[in-house]
Design a protein around this ligand. Structure first.
Ligand SMILES: Nc1ncnc2c1ncn2[C@@H]1O[C@H](COP(=O)(O)OP(=O)(O)OP(=O)(O)O)[C@@H](O)[C@H]1O
Ligand SMILES: [Mg+2]
Length: 605
């Protein structure tokens, strides 16, 4: 097991290493800020001492006297006062500039380092298998990737530096007090210790509430995301009020948890300030008798007061950092857990598919998404290179599942049959090669809110515009393309200039043409299209299948009439399988019956 602190160190080391120079600069800035914070009140102490006493330059502390002697031999007080005041203003200005610059560098550092973590985590999640993505809503992922990393941002870049500079500041102030008088040093040390203990004890006061709030907000965003992505279905089916009820439910929980966490946070702050005010007043007690006895000056009393104020800052920073440490710990745990979630699809294959149409063989294949709930049973079929298989069956019969298994979105259990491409088991083929050589047009085409070019090239910038345009022309989208206001740069947005379901499918086909795979799997959308678009689609599919092996999950009879073989499945079982030409002639066949009635849904009656 790892030492608890080790995990913080691991993350810091990994994500700060590339930014060493900026870390050093930030440390330097924070240290300079600390030094300035301690030095500037000393000027005022001397200023007061000088101004109220009818004194000469000799009353100044040795250090300041030496500096002043560099500038003036004059013993009169007035120019010295002017000098001290100017020095104070100048140093205050520098102090503000340093603090501004350190905020700039600090933010820059925390964003640079966490962006690296963000992209690592995003890439990891994108590569995880479908089982994982089915279990986690997108909203939840967003909260994890962004929320947890935001929590880490401050911690990652500043924790150690803030801790060290705060400790230095405390030490600097306390040492000055001891130099002034041991009673001051002692009482302030006691005060610091007490304040740290109290704050440390209270640091968890609101942490749990914030955790609950984060969970509630993840739930709420998950729900919003879900409702928005299904908005068409929700509206069309009168589900708006239900969706709103669900939203109200989660936003109520979110509001309550936020409210609670905020109140607890404020209570924490109020208590802390109350205690500090009390102790602050108490520590003035030793100053007054010391002043009366003439041991310390009025300037020193002023210094004590200012330092007391300064002292609060590092104490506060230290306890905040402790709190951050704890929050960061929880975030690091969640992030590590996500990193450790490995894809169940192992990429151990080394074989490659040779170019050209692929031969496919399903041998006695059974599959279940969930333990023992089989959705495919003993499926066997063969497709010769360059041939096309049409699969048809009721909804939920397992058609899409067959295509998912083909390029390993899910894996089959070892003793549940096999899938072979060119006589090689899919698990033995390198995953990249497998997915490179197969194209899959899904049932519901997802378009990105991006340009037409990016939607077709899937953000691959190497593909020349001419190629995309000629493909669009080839698949019959020429007229559609000519009407686009900005050509390939036109943004396809799902709402405003929405495109029809048929056009979306044609665009999805264009993606396949770009990739030029050896095997095309087409999960036809079940939505009905207008005859013109349907015609376009059919012609495009025909072109697509030239010199390629194809599997078409058909929802229309016209598509089925062009395939070489037919597979009819029902509830995961093969009902009929054979050459289309043979089945067409066989008056007893299901397919013959299907052609007679003309309705796919009639098929399984
Ligand atoms: N990710 C999943 N987890 C669990 N069960 C699933 C999952 N996806 C599909 N199923 C189940 O597997 C069965 C087959 O689903 P599949 O999507 O393959 O059907 P289909 O034939 O493509 O249907 P349709 O014609 O409606 O597209 C169904 O009972 C479905 O509920
Ligand atoms: Mg399907």
């Amino acid at each position: 097991m790892k030492v608890p602190l080790q995990k913080y160190w691991d993350v810091q080391k990994k994500y700060l290493a590339p930014f060493k120079k900026r870390v050093i600069l930030l440390a330097f800035l924070l240290a300079s800020g600390t030094v300035l914070l301690v030095v500037t009140p000393l000027i005022i102490e001397n200023y007061i001492n000088l101004a109220i006493q009818d004194s000469s330059l000799e009353d100044l502390s040795g250090f300041f006297r030496a500096i002043l002697r560099l500038f003036t031999d004059n013993d009169t007080i007035f120019p010295v006062l002017i000098f001290l005041a100017s020095a104070y203003i100048f140093l205050m200005f520098i102090q503000q500039a340093v603090s501004l610059f350190s905020v700039y560098v600090g933010q820059n550092l925390s964003w640079s380092s966490t962006n690296m973590l963000r992209s690592d985590l995003t890439e990891h999640c994108v590569k995880l298998d479908m089982t994982f993505h089915n279990e986690h809503k997108p909203g939840e992922m967003i909260e994890k990737i962004d929320g947890d990393i935001n929590t880490l941002a401050q911690f990652l870049s500043q924790f150690s530096i803030q801790l060290v500079t705060s400790l230095l500041l405390i030490i600097g102030v306390l040492v000055t007090f001891f130099v002034k008088h041991w009673t001051l040093g002692l009482s302030f040390s006691a005060f610091t210790l007490l304040a740290i203990i109290v704050m440390y004890k209270m640091r968890n006061f609101s942490v749990k509430s914030w955790e609950k709030q984060r969970e509630a907000s993840a739930d709420m965003f998950g729900t919003i995301e879900e409702s928005l992505s299904a908005i068409e279905d929700i509206r069309a089916n009168g589900g708006v009020s239900n969706a709103m009820r669900k939203f109200f439910h989660y936003s109520k929980i979110n509001y309550k948890s936020f409210h609670r966490a905020l109140v607890r946070d404020q209570l924490f702050v109020i208590t802390i300030w109350g205690i500090i005010a009390l102790i602050n007043t108490l520590v003035f007690a030793p100053s007054i008798p010391l002043f009366n006895k003439g041991i310390i000056t009025l300037g020193t009393i002023f210094l004590v007061q200012v330092y007391a104020g300064i002292l609060l800052r590092p104490i506060f920073v230290i306890t905040r950092q402790m709190q951050n440490l704890q929050k960061a710990g929880a975030s690091i745990d969640r992030i590590n857990k996500l990193f450790q979630t490995e894809t169940k699809i192992e990429d151990n294959g080394t074989e490659e598919i040779i170019p050209g149409p692929i031969a496919i063989e399903f041998d006695d294949l059974s599959f279940s998404y969930l333990e023992d709930e089989y959705v495919l049973n003993n499926i066997s079929f063969k497709i010769e290179p360059g041939k096309t298989l049409g699969i048809v069956g009721h909804t939920g019969s397992g058609k899409t599942t067959i295509s998912r298994l083909l390029f390993r979105l899910y894996d089959i259990k070892p003793d549940n049959g096999s899938i072979k491409l060119n006589d090689i088991a899919v698990n033995d083929i390198a995953l990249n090669d497998l997915r490179d050589k197969i194209s899959y047009v899904t049932q519901s085409v997802e378009l990105f809110q991006a340009s037409v070019r990016e939607n077709i090239s899937l953000f691959d910038e190497r593909i020349p515009d001419q190629r995309i345009e000629s493909i669009l022309l080839d698949i019959g989208l020429g007229d559609w393309f000519d009407k686009l206001p900005k050509g390939l740069n036109t943004i396809i947005s799902s709402s405003e200039h929405g495109i029809s379901a048929g056009e979306a499918q044609l665009l999805a086909l264009a993606r396949v043409f770009i990739k030029s795979p050896n095997l095309v799997v087409l999960d036809e959308a079940s939505s009905r299209l207008d005859p013109v678009t349907e015609n376009l689609l059919e012609r495009a599919i025909e072109k697509l299948l030239i010199n390629r092996t194809g599997i078409i999950i058909a929802h229309r009879l016209s598509t089925l009439q062009k395939v070489d073989e037919i597979l009819i499945i029902d509830k995961g079982n093969i009902l009929e399988y054979g050459k289309r030409e043979d089945l067409e002639k066989d008056t007893d066949s299901k397919f013959y019956h299907l052609l007679q009635t003309g309705e796919i849904e009639e098929l399984l009656k």
